[in-house]
Design a binder for this molecule. Structure first.
Ligand SMILES: CC(C)(COP(=O)(O)OP(=O)(O)OC[C@H]1O[C@@H](n2cnc3c(N)ncnc32)[C@H](O)[C@@H]1OP(=O)(O)O)[C@@H](O)C(=O)NCCC(=O)NCCS
Length: 193
């Protein structure tokens, strides 16, 4: 697994495609309830000091399978808001997002000199388990502030201090896999949700 900068035109296209899918964007927030993330918007985000993004790959090559980011990076208050999405469905539920997130947090604390990183998850989003596995602490519940299909849901708020972050050991944490013959990059549109 590698973390790579988001700086190539084909990667802006790819990631924008992932984030435009409802299965991903319904859990995220890029401001103004904006469901359409364009490659141009991603490029602007990638150039801004207030954002920090990395794509992550699987083990065997440099093909991106997901995206991780910080929004609202504040260099004065040394804080940022973490988010992520797995783009290639055939690589979900194999531990990639968790291990990539753990390495991303190390990078963000070290490179940006952040003191604290916060995040949130919509109440029933299973990603909560990943957030907790990464060491984030639950700090509250923001009620009925996130709409999916016209219904309001609560957001669970979390934070993690630099001093609390412990990078997961990939060899120890990721379970060995049986062969994933179906895990072909080009199959993404054919995979079930
Ligand atoms: C949330 C999301 C990024 C998770 O991606 P993922 O790559 O499937 O995550 P992981 O594989 O690391 O973890 C998922 C599960 O796989 C399990 N897993 C499966 N095989 C594994 C292996 N070989 N090694 C370790 N864990 C494995 C993990 O234990 C984890 O279990 P859990 O359900 O108890 O948490 C993805 O579902 C997504 O993009 N969702 C839509 C956007 C979203 O919700 N973003 C988060 C907003 S807060």
């Amino acid at each position: 697994m590698k973390l790579l900068p988001l700086d190539r035109p084909e990667h802006f296209e790819l990631v924008a495609g992932w984030l435009t899918r409802k299965e991903n964007h319904q859990w995220l927030d890029f401001g103004n309830g904006r469901p359409i993330i364009t490659p141009a918007l991603l490029k602007i985000m990638a150039q801004r000091e207030t954002h920090f993004m990395r794509i992550y790959t699987a083990d065997r090559d440099d093909v991106p399978i997901g995206i991780l980011g910080l929004n609202s990076v504040d260099r004065a208050f040394r804080s940022g808001t973490f988010w992520g999405a797995s783009g290639e469905k055939s690589f979900r539920n194999r531990g990639y997002s968790t291990i990539a997130s753990s390495k991303f947090l190390t990078l963000a604390f070290r490179e940006l000199g952040l003191h604290t990183i916060n995040t949130w998850a919509v109440d029933h989003n299973p990603s909560r388990r990943i957030i907790e596995r990464l060491g984030f602490r639950l700090i509250g519940r923001q009620r009925q502030c996130h709409y999916i299909d016209g219904r309001p849901y609560d957001r669970l708020l979390f934070d993690l201090l630099a001093s609390e972050h412990r990078e997961l050991d990939e060899a120890q944490w990721r379970r060995p896999e049986r062969s994933h013959q179906g895990a072909v990059y080009g199959e993404r549109s054919a995979q079930p949700g």
